[in-house]
Design a protein around this ligand. Structure first.
Ligand code: ADP
Ligand code: MG
Length: 670
């Protein structure tokens, strides 16, 4: 068995089962559990083996070191082996009504001797009695609980000198056994995990839970074995030892008997508080009896689910028999026999306290969690630490993570949800735009088909009406009709040409075009009413771009016309030229009536117009769209038609590649 200096890892995490609820972090008095990458891991060097984490993990993700197989091989080895049974056994094996059957089962399992650790407790109690009666005012801390001893050695090393310099009941009985039987092998059986690493005077230690498995594996039942008595020396009051205040009852003294100078504290909160108070001096003159569990009967090596007070009754009724007058005489004799046995023990401090990080380091971590002032410290405890400060310190020490902070995680989640909503909105907009351009593409195909079919017959009508017109005398009564036919056919031709533009079935003839000149020309090409002011603004020094001048001229003319028509009462028409190395942007803005929201999707659809019959063809923007697409550009609209939201007006933005890095001089279907 390893000594405490070369500790085995007593508790493990089963990673697959750990749901990272931080309960173990909260319950670990030694802060020996670190959360790294969302996994709770036990740090062997800091663990005191109390097994709290094993008890509280609802997912059974914490398991303790099993040594039952080692014991099994020892039992098969043929050597005599002594079992040292902890006095809490009646609280575990409650189904075995006669303890002698339990002893019988141990013997049947292969133990040559079965001893009561409770007798060790009796001997230890005698030593405690003299310590407690010592009026030097020194104050002792009980050293019978190995988890407490380790806790003090690691985390309160200056209190080590106060630990009662007496061995535990387990070691006491082990020394008794050695005195009687020499160097016989010894196995401790009890409710405790920490015992597995307490002392190298014992060869191995297993828990009651492990013993149950060994019984099962050997098919041992109480009825299947002959009853048998423990090997002497038999215990007396020591049988009561595993319940809290047991030590004092064992000593047969009560706190008020020795002037109330014993403070009993048990459980992970109780014992830590008692130590803290002791350190501050408020427990001056007191002796501390500390138990890590709520009495050994609630130890992690007991089967889970047992009730504390019910277990107490089992211990009491077992102990009652032990102090029967008939037994007492023999017991007193046994105590006397071992009165000179050396039960002394010295403890060595092993400081494992981590130096407190600097204020600056702590504040940096707190800021990361969004905690800038005391008001931000919610101290909700969800992370497993009592305060935000403790959590921050643990993070600096590398034991915890920022993500363990629930308010922080919720905040992060909110941010993520917000981001998601924004991207969703963006996605929806893009989807709509895609649908829209798909629709326009379908319409383009249809328009192209119709326009193509109409183009030839229309040419014929136009040509023959012109021939007839030429041959017609000026005073011919048919002349008017012929002129009408020719004019309407011309109009049809324009419509067809507009459709072909929309369907991007025309050719683009690229030239280096000066955009300022283009804009000026476009304004010169439309009739500007008196009350409309025009302006061309260049915001880029590089005014050249690869464009089809004629077609772009058509685009700007259409946009200018629309702008003017949107301002029947006058206003401003502004063309702004902007851009960078890759792109040029031409914006045409008006201060007109604006476009209603419901029309925004329809603007580029051929024949969509809000202007009266004979006034608009609804082809201006469709043509514009087609031409811009042929230039591998895009067109965007921004408009406000609600005076309550601000000045009304519309801006069409055309974004075009500055350089034609593709062959524009061919028909394309982009
Ligand atoms: P048309 O001018 O023949 O109606 P367009 O394709 O040029 O056809 O325009 C389609 C419709 O878009 C117009 O009828 C008008 O309702 C709307 N529109 C276009 N430009 C503007 C603008 N600058 N201001 C307000 N509405 C506009
Ligand atoms: Mg128009």
């Amino acid at each position: 068995m390893a000594t405490s200096e070369e500790r085995r890892k007593l508790v493990y995490t089963i990673k697959e089962l750990c749901r990272v609820c931080y309960t173990c972090v909260r319950e670990c008095p030694a802060k020996a559990i670190k959360i790294i990458n969302g996994q709770a891991d036990v740090i062997a060097e800091r663990c005191i083996g109390c097994g709290n984490c094993v008890k509280v993990c609802s997912q059974d993700a914490k398991v303790f070191l099993l040594t039952r197989n080692e014991v099994k091989s020892m039992l098969h080895g043929g050597e005599p082996i002594a079992a040292l049974v902890a006095p809490s056994f009646p609280a575990e094996f409650t189904e075995i009504t006669d303890y002698k059957r339990f002893v019988g089962m141990l013997r049947a399992l292969g133990f040559s001797h079965v001893f009561e650790v409770a007798f060790g407790a009796d001997l230890v109690a005698q030593r405690y009695k003299s310590l407690l009666e010592d009026k030097s005012g020194r104050g002792y801390i009980s050293s019978d609980c190995p988890a407490i001893v380790t806790y003090i050695r690691y985390y309160h090393p200056e209190l080590v000198e106060n630990l009662a310099p007496v061995v535990s009941p387990m070691v006491a009985i082990s020394r008794v056994v050695r005195k009687i039987h020499g160097n016989i092998k010894q196995v401790f059986i009890g409710p405790c995990i920490a015992k597995k690493d307490e002392s190298d005077e014992i060869d191995e230690a297993i828990t009651f839970r492990e013993l149950r498995v060994l019984f099962e594996q050997s098919n041992l039942t109480p009825d299947g074995v002959p009853p048998s008595e423990f090997d002497p020396p038999h215990a007396g009051r020591g049988a009561i030892f595993p319940v809290s205040r047991g030590l004092m009852q064992t000593v047969n003294i009560f706190d008020d008997l020795i002037e109330g100078n014993i403070t009993v504290a048990e459980g992970r909160i109780g014992f830590q508080e008692a130590i803290k108070e002791w350190e501050t001096g408020s427990l001056k003159g007191q002796n501390l009896e500390l138990l890590c569990c709520e009495g050994c009967i609630m130890g992690p090596g007991m089967s889970p689910g047992g009730k504390r007070f019910e277990r107490k009754t089992y211990i009491s009724s077992y102990a009652r028999n032990k102090v029967a007058p008939a037994q007492l005489k023999r017991w007193e004799q046994a105590i006397a026999d071992f009165s000179d046995l050396d039960l002394s023990k010295s403890f060595v401090p092993d400081n494992k306290r981590i130096e407190k990080p600097t204020e600056e380091e702590i504040n940096r971590v707190l800021a990361k969690m969004g905690k800038f002032s005391p008001r931000d410290h919610l101290n909700c405890g969800a992370c497993g630490y009592d305060t935000c400060l403790e959590h921050a310190i643990a993070i600096v020490e590398g034991l915890a993570e920022v993500e363990m902070c629930l308010p922080y995680a919720i905040e992060e989640l909110h941010e993520t949800v917000k981001d998601l909503a924004v991207s969703n909105e963006k996605l929806a907009k893009m989807q709509q735009a895609l649908k829209h351009s798909e629709k326009l593409a379908h319409m383009g195909q249809l328009s192209a088909g119709i326009a193509h079919e109409l183009n030839n017959p229309l040419g014929v009508v136009l040509m023959y009406s012109n021939i007839l017109l030429d041959e017609c005398k000026p005073d011919d009564p048919l002349r008017n009709d012929l002129e009408l036919i020719s004019a309407q056919a011309e109009r049809c031709k324009k419509i067809v040409s507009g459709l072909l533009n929309f369907a991007r079935k025309n050719q683009v003839k690229v030239d280096k075009v000066n955009l300022k000149n283009l804009a000026d020309d476009s304004i010169a090409g439309v009739v500007i009413p008196k009350d409309v002011k025009t302006q061309v603004v260049s915001r880029t020094s590089n005014l050249l771009a690869d464009l089809d001048y004629e077609q772009m001229m058509q685009v700007l003319t259409n946009l200018n016309k629309n702008a003017i028509e949107a301002m029947p009462n006058g206003g401003n028409l502004t063309i702004v030229i902007d851009g960078n190395d890759q792109e040029v942007i031409i914006s045409v803005s008006d201060t007109g009536e604006g476009i209603p929201e419901e029309n925004m999707d329809k603007l580029f659809t051929p024949f969509f117009t809000t202007k009266g019959i004979g006034k608009g063809t609804g082809l201006g923007l469709a043509t514009t769209y087609g031409i811009v697409k042929m230039h591998k550009g895009r067109i965007e609209v921004e408009s406000n038609n609600n005076p309550q939201k601000g000045p009304t007006g519309t801006t069409f933005r055309i974004v075009l590649p500055r350089k034609a890095d593709f062959d524009l001089n061919t028909e394309n279907n982009v």
